[in-house]
Every structure is written in structure tokens, then in C-alpha cells.
Design a protein around this ligand. Structure first.
Ligand code: GLN
Length: 538
């Protein structure tokens, strides 16, 4: 077997430079040249996984097929590469410590004093090589969360230093992403923050091989030379990463800058063929030349922070391109919606999506949004909590059960149309205990769901504790809310829809996690098409 090659991506100067996008773009180029590539993220916080983090803290929690609750960057990896990630692709300090402490309790360290170096660093190094050792990949890209110089990143940086040394010449490359700020008053781009950042990395014993410089303005040749000289990298290894209109431009920008070629050269790997980006560029062309425009309302309670609905927003970009349509996502806070203002707030919307979520805040506004969409025949799509709200709305306004609710919101409701799943009843721990990951679903023929998917056997990713209460299936079905998708093993209702409506669908799972550039999700694609149609009919 050939040696797996390793690429480490670190960040300096500031957070939010887009390490995830650079890692995903480089991976895309290497994949398009024929290398089996994967990306993993190592996060320095102490949570065992981001599942217990409030979305306001860290953005969306992304879920993999195997049920890992992960950092949202894994979503970018999947959207770019179209290859599923797994538990092994996201590691946190909490997870590392947990496993070292469990080993200590089992007596595996044989009386030794357990220390950050070597025990924590060895555990990190083992985890960093887990996917590489599987034999499934030629190249493994490891993104290190945080910024160099942070106290909490130190064990990761030290592990990278050791691993680069262990792996030997030409088997590992370190990419350092920094900011080259523009000082408007001086009219100049400044290299000093990058110099300092590279120096901080060097103090930890790591030499950056490649610099990727985020910038708002073109970096001149002169500045590239200066950066190369003072940061001890080759001139060709100074890569400009200029602000782009969309993250989906970045692979092409990196191709122009030659990031893939300098990387391959450093790893002593052949160029192989020129990257095959045909599907990617077709998508980009459609994205940039829309023939229609639609407004789709995103009704949720985390609307102040765009990252909370990252995968939904990206799925709309994929679905928009598939329909040659520009999708304006209009975020509307569910707490601000009530019966008196809904018609006014929604007057320009061509479709409505009610977002996933947890807890009681804002749910009455979500129910009002469902009612508006149902009564006015506006295309509707409910995801997870959004689907549960559609069930509650139907029970309240069609069956006349005024206090119908989910037991998540009201334990004493006389009509618990959504209730806690049986296996959740004795769960006390919050972390990693929801119904998570991929579950099968069987779709009824002759339904909207079947029209959308074009098949009866699907698999989608879940993250919830509550479910459609099957005690109400018959009654709701008779009244017109059709259970069009059911889990074949448990009988849980996963999809509901209304026949007498142009487009009304609610799903218990999260289709947004599976939408990629190469495979836009069919429900999002159909929703955008329905919105285009609704707009034309106005
Ligand atoms: N809070 C709901 C549940 O746990 C919905 C979860 C979600 O929207 N992801 O079932």
C-alpha cells in the first residue's frame, strides 16, 4: 500500500478566515485530479461534540450518516466532495480527554503519570491517522480549529509538529491560513500580522510550507515576494485567497493560484490529469446566470445568526442552481409572527420553510406560518420541528383540538399529537442521545413525496427526540393529512403531506444535510420549482 499523505491546515491572525472552505476547495481539486481525499476537523473545545452547544455559540450542528453530531465545516466537506463523512472526521479536545481518562481508569498506562505530552498528544496523533490508516484515502486533510497561539490549541499544534517529523520528508505539508489586511488610511495591504503568525507557529516548531492569504484586494507580486522572504516559504507557495461572491468560486480561485500543484509537489505526488470540474462548473454557471428569482421565507428563531441554518441555506443554493433560479431566502423570526401580521409579513413570499428547532420559544409563530401556507396554498416545507408544527396546526385547526401540542412544549395537552419517542423516555444524558443519523423510510406511491424522490426506498438523517404520535394517524389521515413516508422497521411516520394543496410537505428528518453540489436535494429542488410556479401564477 502506498503511504497516505497528510495535509494540515492551521489558521492565524483571526478566526473566521474560512479554513473549512480552503480545506474543502483543496480537497475538491485533489479529488478532481483523481486522488481519494478526505477532510477531518480537530476542534479545541472541551465539549465531547458540538451537539450540546447552543446554535448561537457555534452555528448549526451537522449530522453524519453514522449519527455523529459534528462541526458545521463537515457540511462543507460533504457539499464540496459529495462523499459522506463519519464519526472519525470530527474530533474535539473533550473526546480526546475522555478517551485518555477512560484508558487511565482501565489501568492501561501501567502506573505511569498521565500527561498532556505524551498521552494527550499520542491520542491526538492516533486520531489524526485513523482515516489514513483505513486504506480508503490517498490524502487526508486535517483542519485544526482555532487560531495558533491559543492556549487550547497547543496540544494539537504539538501533535502536528511530531507527526510531520514522524511521517518524514514529503509525506506531510502544513498550510497556514492568515489575513493580509488592507489599511484604507494608508492605502496598503499589510504583511506584518502574517509574519507574526508564522513566527508563532515557528515557536512551536512548525514551519509553514504554504501560506494562504485572505485578502480583500489583489496581492501584488512585490508583496508576495516580501511574504515569501519573511515567512520562509517559496514564492510559489504564497497563495492569494481573495474575497469571492460565493464560496463555490473558491476551488477555481485556488486552481488559478496553483494551490493543488504546490501541495502535490511538496508531497512528491504526480499531478495526474488536470482537475475534472465539469459538474462543478456547470453548477456555477447556472448559479451565476439565473433566469428566475423567488422569495422563500425561512421561519425560525435563530435568524439573527446565519450559521445556525447553514445547511438549509446551502441546500437552497444547490436547488436554486438546479432550477436556474435565484433564491432570496427571507429570514423571518417566528417570535414576531401572529395572526394579525402574518398576511402582511408573508405577502412577497413564493414559498415557506418552517425550520427545525428545540423548545417552546417561537412555536406559536411557526404554527401561524403553517396555517397561512396551508390556507393560502403557498408551497410549504416543514423540517423536523417544522413538520411537527404542521401536524399540530392540522390537529388544532382542522380536527378542532384547540390545545393540540407536542409534549415537548406542553406535557399536559389533552391531544399530544407529537410525543416523546419510546426509547427516549429513560434518557437522562443530553449529549449524543437523540435519534441520530441515517434511518430508512418507505414512501407511499402516488404521493407528492414519491413524485419528488421518484423511488420508494430512501434514507435520510435525523436529529430529534419527539415524533408524530401514531395514535392520531387514522384521524389525521381521514381529515386529509397523509402519512406518505414511514420507517419500515419502527412504523414511525417520517413524512406528512396534504393532497388538496399544490405543495405541502413536512419531514421528520433533515434533508438539508444531504444536499451537495453534485446532488442537490430533491425536496429543495422541487420546493424551488413550486415557488417559481407559484410566482408565475400570481
Ligand atoms: N425538538 C424537536 C424534537 O426533538 C425537533 C428537533 C429538530 O427540529 N431537530 O423532536
Amino acid at each position: 500500500m502506498n503511504q497516505t499523505k497528510y495535509i494540515f491546515v492551521t489558521g492565524g491572525v483571526t478566526s473566521s478566515l474560512g479554513k473549512g472552505i480552503i480545506a474543502a476547495s483543496l480537497a475538491k481539486l485533489l479529488q478532481a485530479r483523481g486522488y481519494r481525499t478526505t477532510i477531518q476537523k480537530f476542534d479545541p473545545y472541551l465539549n465531547v461534540d458540538p451537539g450540546t452547544l447552543n446554535p448561537y455559540e457555534h452555528g448549526e450542528c451537522y449530522v453524519t450518516d453514522d449519527g455523529a453530531e459534528t462541526d458545521l465545516d463537515l457540511g462543507h466537506y460533504e457539499r464540496f466532495l459529495n462523499v459522506p463523512t463519519s464519526q472519525a472526521n470530527n474530533v474535539t479536545t473533550g473526546r480526546i480527554y475522555r478517551s485518555v481518562i477512560e484508558k487511565e481508569r482501565r489501568g492501561e498506562f501501567l502506573g505511569k503519570t498521565v500527561q498532556v505530552v505524551p498521552h494527550i498528544t499520542n491520542e491526538i496523533k492516533d486520531r489524526m491517522q485513523l482515516l489514513g490508516n483505513s486504506g480508503d484515502y490517498d490524502i487526508v486533510i486535517t483542519e485544526i480549529g482555532g487560531t495558533v497561539g491559543d492556549i487550547e490549541s497547543l496540544p494539537y499544534i504539538e501533535s502536528v509538529r511530531q507527526l510531520v517529523w514522524d511521517l518524514g520528508e514529503n509525506n506531510a505539508v502544513v498550510i497556514h491560513l492568515t489575513l493580509v489586511p488592507y489599511l484604507a488610511a494608508a492605502g496598503e495591504l499589510k504583511t506584518k500580522p502574517t509574519q507574526h503568525s508564522v513566527k508563532t507557529l515557528m515557536e512551536s516548531g512548525i514551519k509553514a510550507d504554504i501560506l494562504v492569504c485572505r485578502t480583500e484586494h489583489e496581492i501584488s507580486d512585490e508583496i508576495r515576494h516580501k511574504l515569501a522572504l519573511f515567512c520562509n516559504v517559496k514564492r510559489e507557495a504564497v497563495i492569494q485567497s481573495i474575497d469571492a461572491d460565493t464560496i463555490y468560486e473558491v476551488p477555481n480561485l485556488m486552481l488559478q493560484e496553483g494551490l493543488d500543484l504546490v501541495t502535490l509537489k511538496k508531497l512528491d505526488l504526480p499531478k495526474k490529469a488536470a482537475p475534472d470540474l465539469k459538474t462543478w462548473n456547470t453548477f456555477l454557471k447556472r448559479l451565476k446566470n439565473p433566469k428566475h428569482t423567488v422569495n422563500i421565507g425561512l421561519i425560525g428563531k435563530y435568524v439573527e445568526m446565519q450559521d445556525c441554518y447553514k445547511s438549509i441555506l446551502e441546500a437552497f443554493i444547490h436547488a436554486g442552481a438546479a432550477n436556474e433560479t435565484k433564491v432570496n431566502v427571507v429570514s423571518i423570526h417566528s417570535e414576531h409572527i401572529d395572526a394579525t401580521n402574518v398576511a402582511d409579513k408573508f405577502k412577497d413570499l413564493d414559498a415557506i420553510l418552517v425550520a427545525p428547532g428545540f423548545g417552546e420559544r417561537g412555536i406559536e409563530g411557526k404554527i401561524e406560518a403553517v396555517r397561512f401556507a396551508r390556507e393560502n396554498k403557498v408551497p410549504f416545507f416543514g423540517i423536523c420541528l417544522g413538520m411537527q408544527m404542521a401536524v399540530i396546526e392540522y390537529a388544532r385547526n382542522i380536527l378542532g383540538y384547540a390545545d393540540a401540542n407536542s409534549t415537548e412544549m406542553n406535557e399536559n395537552t389533552t391531544h399530544p399529537v407529537v410525543n416523546l419517542m419510546e426509547e427516549q423516555k429513560n434518557v437522562t444524558h443530553k449529549g449524543g442521545t437523540m435519534r441520530l443519523g441515517a434511518w430508512k423510510c418507505t414512501i407511499e406511491p402516488d404521493t407528492l413525496a414519491y413524485k419528488i424522490y421518484g423511488q420508494t426506498a430512501i434514507s435520510e438523517r435525523h436529529r430529534h427526540r419527539y415524533e408524530f404520535n401514531s395514535a392520531y394517524t387514522n384521524e389525521l389521515q381521514k381529515a386529509g393529512l397523509i402519512p406518505s413516508g414511514v420507517n419500515p422497521d419502527t412504523g414511525l411516520v417520517e413524512i406528512v403531506e396534504i393532497k388538496e394543496h399544490p405543495f405541502f410537505i413536512g419531514v421528520q428528518y433533515h434533508p438539508e444535510y444531504k444536499s451537495t453540489v453534485a446532488n442537490p436535494h430533491p425536496i429543495f429542488v422541487s420546493l424551488v420549482a413550486a415557488a417559481v410556479k407559484a410566482k408565475k401564477a400570481k
